[in-house]
Design a protein around this ligand. Structure first.
Ligand code: GDP
Length: 613
């Protein structure tokens, strides 16, 4: 078969066969799969109008374009799929309990509290924790580790419930977006004096999309004007019908402030779990679960809170969490006590990891340290590739035209570094939700826990990104490097401040909008005819001032009769002037426009840039 060519370059040519490439692959990866010379693929891309080096990661579009050109079918493998295959290659699987039915035992439900801002989520999480600290722990210093477990009695049985204590659905959504399922039941908090609000609806939609049953906590019943019945009515419209009205959603009236009916709420959670879910796990296997939040501690290194989902995690186990790994040196529960093991649905802080995993990363215990390291390294490499792939400009032939018509879609690239994965994820999801119109896109190229490093600045340079440091600073030479290369690094310690500033920056990127501002009006008292200039209006300035060279319109009997005129000449007595103020008389020449009459009004205006609000 004769090799076809593009612009004189010989193309390797396929027969439509399918090749699999991971997201962020390079031309070298591609060439390897089809036994071609990477340089020939570089040449093909050049002919297609894109400059790409052989080892650089390229976008999905580029891979597809190239494959199409050479008659291959490309299948781009998603990160989730790839991760599954990675674990498989070590004979591991995440997400399924080992053994058979008999190996499964009941585990506590894991609960997330959601609802509109100020409806009492934080207060409720505090109240639950205070009233139901597991017996014997009272007096201990409770720590915020991202989750805690409480005990309650239902029908005479001791039951436990695990709460994720970052309130709000941001964390929930961020985790779900990464395919992590952390929550079994959602408590939807609705303030009885405020009723259903926008974020109430948002939260319940998230819970529904994740197919998570909802228990409604009607809060603030101690407040005057509280109307729990109204809340029930409102929620009916969203498909949450209270049991007492024949539906299957449990509503509990509470006061987080006064600690009223907290036990009934916990009971409702257990009853809902028992009725709607089959929460069981095998405690006798290597532990698996997900990370909830983590941070870098000066003395202790990476400190990660993980939720065990199946199996039992023990001190001394070797685990891999996202791209972090290590042997568990110590474990602490939510009361700060050292524990030796943690079973299903138990949250624990783990010490001993090499670095800080992200919220929602899954963890898996493996036999050998070497396996853990290899998995972590492969994942880290993939992350890096994906980050670099994102930064490459998507300029394919189809796009070229669009890109050249510059400024149609603008994009703000961000790199977010922070002290804890929870805050990084929360900041990211809030930023992605910023609504600044369709012309501007926000893209987070990279996120992570820890200081701003030289590699962050590197990435920012290559992609015109802004670096955000949340409660962290630039490390080592990163600060000088940023300064030298003109990379914008911004530091924040309050999330809303970061959001406000980014929002303002985005508004600055939008094209300016103009509005008309009236400058002055002039009433025509007399019309003079000039052989050289045409008709001249003898006027009295009624308001503001009239300036030469500004825009004007002519108004007759209250109606605009001519638009887009210009004050071409302006005179006071015999002198040319640049402006005449209210109360003074003068002469106006509107250039070629001569259709003026006594009593007409000349109104002048200018276009000013409108500040965005
Ligand atoms: P969040 O934004 O949903 O986390 O709301 P918070 O828990 O921060 O509560 C918002 C405000 O409502 C705080 O001032 C709380 O003290 C108050 N609050 C929360 N629950 C109750 C309650 O049951 N009764 C009353 N009166 N106030 C409450």
């Amino acid at each position: 078969m004769q090799a076809p060519s593009v612009g004189g370059v010989m193309l390797p040519r396929g027969n439509g066969e399918t090749i699999r490439l991971s997201r962020g692959a390079s031309l070298t990866d591609f060439a390897e799969k089809i036994n071609a010379n990477p340089a020939s693929l570089v040449a093909v891309m050049m002919n297609l109008g894109e400059m790409v080096t052989a080892t650089q990661s390229v976008s999905d579009e580029t891979l597809l374009l190239l494959a199409g050109e050479m008659n291959y079918t490309v299948q781009i493998v998603s990160p989730e799929e790839e991760d599954r295959e990675l674990l498989e290659s070590f004979d591991l699987e995440f997400g399924e309990d080992e053994g058979s039915e008999e190996d499964l035992v009941v585990r506590p439900p894991v609960v997330t509290v959601m609802g509109h801002v100020d409806h009492g989520k934080t207060r409720l999480l505090d109240a639950i924790r205070k009233t139901n600290v597991i017996a014997g722990e009272a007096g201990g210093i409770t720590q915020h580790i991202g989750a805690y477990q409480v005990a309650t009695q239902v029908n005479g049985d001791d039951r436990a419930i695990t709460f994720i204590d970052t309130p709000g659905h941001e964390a929930f959504t961020a985790m779900r977006a990464r395919g992590a399922k952390s929550t079994d039941i959602a408590i939807l908090v609705v303030a009885a004096n405020d009723g259903v609000m926008p974020q109430t609806v948002e939260a319940l939609n998230h819970a529904k999309a994740a197919e998570v049953p909802i228990v409604v906590a009607v809060n603030k019943i101690d407040v005057e004007g509280a109307d729990p019945t109204k809340v029930r009515g409102q929620l009916t419209e969203y498909g949450l019908v209270a049991e007492e009205y024949g539906g299957d959603t449990m509503f509990v009236d509470i006061s987080a402030k006064q600690g009223l009916h907290i036990d009934s709420l916990l009971e409702a959670v257990i009853l809902t779990a028992d009725a709607a879910l089959d929460l069981r796990a095998n405690p006798n296997q290597d532990a698996q679960g997900i990370s909830i939040e983590s941070r870098l501690d000066r003395g202790r290194g990476a400190v990660a809170t993980v939720l065990v989902q199946r199996g039992t995690l023990r001190v001394g186990d070797t685990m891999v969490v996202g791209d972090a790994y290590g042997r568990v040196r110590a474990m602490l529960d939510d009361n700060g006590n050292n524990v030796a093991e943690a079973g299903p649905s138990t949250p624990v802080q783990v010490l001993g990891l090499t670095n800080v995993p992200g919220a929602g990363d899954n963890f898996i215990v493996v036999e050998e340290d070497r396996t853990a390291r290899q998995i972590a390294e492969k994942r880290a490499a993939r992350e890096r590739n994906a980050a670099f792939a994102k930064r490459t400009r998507r300029v394919s032939l189809e796009d070229l035209d669009k890109v050249l018509k510059a400024g149609e879609v603008q994009q703000l690239n961000l790199i977010i570094k922070g002290d804890a994965s929870g805050s990084v994820e929360a900041l990211e999801s809030s930023l992605l939700q910023l609504d600044v119109g369709e012309e501007v896109d926000i893209r987070v190229l990279h996120r992570g826990v820890g200081a701003v490093t030289e590699s962050d600045i590197d990435l920012a340079m290559g992609s015109d990104a802004i670096v955000i440091g949340f409660n962290v600073r630039a490390a080592g030479r990163a600060a000088q490097m940023a300064e030298r290369e003109g990379v914008d690094v911004r530091y924040y310690s309050v999330i809303y401040q970061a959001i406000e500033e980014i929002e303002a920056a985005l508004k600055g990127m939008l094209k300016p909008e103009f509005e008309e501002v009236e400058l002055g009006t002039a009433e025509i008292r007399e019309v003079f005819k000039s052989s050289k200039l045409g008709n001249i209006a003898g006027v009295l300035i009624r308001s503001g001032e009239v300036r030469r060279n500004t825009k004007a319109r002519l108004i007759r009997d209250g109606k605009v009769v001519a638009e887009n005129l210009t004050i071409e000449g302006l005179r006071r007595f015999k002198d040319d002037v640049t402006e005449i103020r209210e109360g003074f008389e003068g002469g106006i020449n509107l250039g070629n426009f001569n259709d003026i009459k006594v009593d007409d009004v000349i109104a002048t205006y200018e276009m000013r840039e409108k500040p965005r609000v």
